[in-house]
Structures are given as structure tokens and as C-alpha cells.
Design a binder for this molecule. Structure first.
Ligand SMILES: *Cc1c(COP(=O)(O)O)cnc(C)c1O
Length: 462
């Protein structure tokens, strides 16, 4: 190793004053610049040990390395990525991308103070739930509503408020595991309630519910099988029948819908998902659902139902521990407003727009992207037809036919390309279909095309 070369690496203090990095001094603070120079000179030392030659410290190349180090250090651990999986509600990738108006509402709420718990009319303390109460009642037909941190919390609060030391009857066909350790039997047990299973996996009849009744029964729980389907020789009572039965026996009918859509997706040709309004009309006393699944809003758990029951939940001290924060509440209110005139949720709520995107639209999107990528040296593409899914415990068994772009650069195997894209400066998540690395265009959001082209340029040029 040549000690002399190491000695020729300038001190960080000298580099700060050098003409090479003069262009950076206006852009970055001294602290960041010093850290960037340290990282860049460390990299030079490593290079020398590996036999590289000494760079020109006044060159644009060195300044670029310093800037890359600064920007690299600025990158947060939680960072945006490009979802090319075609799975619209992807729990691991953050579920629902928000509408621009929801983002704006969040930013405004975050920037300064707000009337989150302040009644402007009286000048007294207000309730954070008042901001979305009327909206949710209008959209679902329920008497009252509150929102909490997520749907798991909504179910927990319901059980803790109404079923402590009591029985909760659930059909064996509905003992759902959602993922991330949310399992219906455990949620019931954890809140001091007793699970009474009835029926069989495929069939549960009214007689099964009747036989399970006891003096301790408090709730009949229906759980929406939001992430699997029972098909074939199956039966379960209609929600109306279950509601009548519950009310005859002074019990509550609670429905955990999970995915919880406010609009009839079947009308758009997608699945047969029940709407929240239908459950309320059928007589459910309480309905719980997620804010960031089919609703297309922020993480939240929404509870709608009878006013006297919501009033009881409001008094439960547990509510304080699972309360929704102001940013989520702001985004939720703004998202809910997109379900009313002058807006059209199918166009204005990104999740719904992505789910209902037509083949012509998707094909055009794929062709445009393929064209842009083809212009990059060393990259070749092909437009392909794909089968996608809604994901996130929504619309199980429903395939959404889509379009994608198969991408090749160099002589890489699909697995190697998947890995390279995942580790790129902007991470891109693709999948392998028929031995090709493909990106489904359904889940690309505005700006993704440009980011993807920059990333592909870097990968193909490397
Ligand atoms: C997704 C889901 C939940 C959990 O919702 P989170 O908002 O993720 O907490 C609960 N119940 C059902 C039926 C679900 O589908």
C-alpha cells in the first residue's frame, strides 16, 4: 500500500474551502457538507486500498460523490417506493395511497394548530369525533360513529365495552386470521369475553346459534371473510335473520366488515363485497371497518352503529389508548368528503380508481411506459397481460386482469433484476410472471413513470 497516496488526501477543512465543492456550499449546511466530505474521503481511502487511483479533488466527479453522500444520509429509513406488483391494497407497502385533497388536509393539520378538540362556537372543549360523525352517518345510514386507530382497535373496543365476562357467538366459518396476529378468537379472549363457536367450517344454521344461547350471551359476531372465500357446499343465515334473532334475545349483532366499502363495487363489475350501508340496513347494531382498505383513506378503524352503543364506547377509558391522531383524522375526513358531490369516489379516491381502471386505460398506460423505457440504452420491454388482485384482505378470489411491462437489461435473470430494482436508489417492487420480470401498471401512481425511467437509466448504465 502506498502511504504517500493516503497522505495526498486533503483534510476535510481544506476541502471545504476548495473550488471543487464551492458549488455545494450554497446548497447544504456546513454540518452536512462536512459529513459528506468525510464519507467521500473515506470512500477514496477504501478505493486506494482496493488499488484505485487518487481522484481529482477539484473535479465535478468528486463533488458529485460528496453530494450523493449528503443525499444518501438525508434518506429516511421509511421511504417511498414504486409498487409494480399490481396489488392495490398492499399491507406491506402501506395500503392506500391518499388522494391529493387528503394529503393537503394532513399537511394543514400538521403545520399548525387546529380545532381537533375545540368547539369554535362555544369556545369550549370539543370532541375529535365530531369532525367525521355526520359525514359517516350520511354515508352509511348509521345513527352515530366514532373512529379509532385501526379496525383491530375498533373490534377490541367493541368487545371490551360489551362482552367482558360474557359470551360472544361466532360461526366456525368466520374465525378469521387477518395477518399480523389479528385472530378473531384471540381478540375475543383478550378482552375478557368467551368465544362460543357454532356450526361448522362450511355451514352454520340459525339452529346452531339458537342452541348456543345462554344467560351469558352478549354478542353475536359476524366477521366478514374479507381475505378468503367459502365456496361450494356452504350456508350461513342472512344478516337480517341474524339481526332479528339477536334483537329478539336482547343481544347485539356486531359485524366486523374489515375491508368495508362505502360504494357498491359489484356495480363496477368487481366482486360482491357488501357495503357498510347494507349491513346497517340489515340491522347490525355495530359495524367495524378499516380506513385504509377499500375506503382508500389513512390507517383508521371506523365504528358505526346505534347511538346509545356509540355513547357507551365513548365512555370506555380504552378509547383514549387507541384514539385516532389528528393527521389521520384530517386525511380521513377529506377522504370521506370525496364520497359526496361534487366528487366521484370511483375517480377521486385513488384506491377505487386503481381497482376500477379499465383495460383500455391500463393497456395505454403500459404502452406509454414501455415506450419511455425502450428509449433508454440497453433496456428492452414488452407489454404483457397480467392477473392482479386487490390485496390487503379485500376482494379475495377476485382476479383483476391488468397490463404490465416486462423489462430486460443486460443478460440478467428475472430474479437478479427483481433484486436490483428493489435495491435501487428508488426501490421498485416487481414480480416474476412466466419467467419474465414484470411491473403491473395498475398500481403506478402519478410521478412513478419518471422515477422509474431515472432508476432504469442508472441500472442499465451501470
Ligand atoms: C383487515 C381486517 C381487520 C383489521 O383491520 P386493520 O385496520 O388492519 O386493523 C379486522 N377485521 C377484518 C375482517 C379485516 O378484514
Amino acid at each position: 500500500m502506498n502511504e504517500e497516496l493516503f497522505r495526498q488526501i486533503p483534510q476535510v477543512n481544506d476541502l471545504l474551502a476548495s473550488p471543487g465543492v464551492a458549488g455545494l456550499t450554497g446548497l447544504y449546511g456546513r454540518g452536512e457538507l462536512v459529513a459528506g466530505l468525510r464519507a467521500a474521503t473515506d470512500a477514496v481511502r477504501t478505493g486506494l486500498r482496493n488499488g484505485d487511483s487518487l481522484p481529482d479533488f477539484d473535479s465535478a466527479d468528486f463533488a458529485n460523490d460528496v453530494e450523493a453522500a449528503i443525499l444518501g444520509a438525508r434518506q429516511t429509513n421509511l421511504r417511498p417506493l414504486i409498487n409494480g406488483t399490481g396489488v392495490v391494497i398492499h399491507t406491506n407497502l402501506g395500503r392506500a395511497p391518499l388522494a391529493p385533497l387528503a394529503l393537503q388536509a394532513m399537511q394543514v393539520a400538521a403545520q399548525g394548530y387546529s380545532n381537533i378538540e375545540f368547539d369554535l362556537e362555544s369556545g369550549r372543549r370539543g370532541s375529535r369525533y365530531d369532525h367525521i360523525r355526520e359525514l359517516l352517518c350520511r354515508l352509511t345510514g348509521a345513527e352515530d360513529a366514532i373512529v379509532v386507530n385501526n379496525c383491530a382497535a375498533a373490534v377490541t373496543l367493541t368487545m371490551a365495552t360489551f362482552a367482558k365476562n360474557k359470551d360472544v357467538i361466532v360461526s366456525r366459518g368466520e374465525l378469521v386470521e387477518i395477518g399480523g396476529s389479528f385472530r378473531v378468537p384471540d381478540v375475543i379472549a383478550q378482552n375478557g369475553a368467551r368465544l362460543v363457536e357454532v356450526g361448522t367450517t362450511n355451514k352454520t344454521h340459525m339452529a346452531d346459534y339458537e342452541r348456543a344461547l345462554s344467560d351469558d350471551t352478549a354478542i353475536i359476531l359476524r366477521t366478514h371473510t374479507s381475505n378468503y372465500r367459502l365456496v361450494g357446499f356452504t350456508a350461513k343465515p342472512a344478516l337480517e335473520t341474524l339481526a332479528d334473532f339477536a334483537h329478539e334475545h336482547d343481544l347485539l349483532l356486531v359485524e366486523d366488515l374489515g375491508s368495508g366499502t362505502l360504494v357498491d363495487l359489484a356495480k363496477a363489475g368487481i366482486g360482491d363485497e357488501p357495503t357498510v350501508g347494507e349491513s346497517i340496513t340489515a340491522g347490525a347494531d355495530i359495524v367495524t371497518f378499516s380506513g385504509d382498505k377499500l375506503l382508500g383513506g389513512p390507517q383508521a378503524g371506523i365504528i358505526v352503529g346505534k347511538a346509545n352503543l356509540i355513547a357507551e364506547m365513548l365512555k370506555n377509558p380504552l378509547l383514549r389508548a387507541i384514539r385516532i391522531d389528528k393527521l389521520s383524522l384530517a386525511a380521513l375526513e377529506a377522504t370521506l368528503r370525496l364520497y359526496e358531490a361534487p366528487f366521484d369516489p370511483m375517480a377521486d379516491v385513488p384506491v377505487l380508481a386503481m381497482l376500477t381502471a379499465g383495460s383500455d386505460e391500463l393497456r395505454e398506460k403500459a404502452e406509454r411506459l414501455a415506450g419511455l423505457l425502450d428509449d433508454i440504452d440497453g433496456v428492452s420491454t414488452e407489454v404483457v397481460v397480467l392477473d392482479g388482485e386487490a390485496g390487503g384482505g379485500s376482494l379475495p378470489g377476485i382476479t383483476l386482469s391488468s397490463f404490465g411491462v416486462a423489462i430486460v437489461w443486460g443478460n440478467h435473470k428475472p430474479e437478479a433484476m427483481i433484486e436490483a430494482l428493489r435495491n435501487a436508489s428508488t426501490a421498485v417492487i416487481g414480480r416474476i410472471v412466466r419467467n419474465q420480470m414484470v411491473l403491473d401498471v395498475r398500481t403506478l401512481v402519478p410521478g412513478d413513470e419518471e422515477r422509474l425511467c431515472v432508476t432504469m437509466g442508472q441500472l442499465a448504465g451501470a
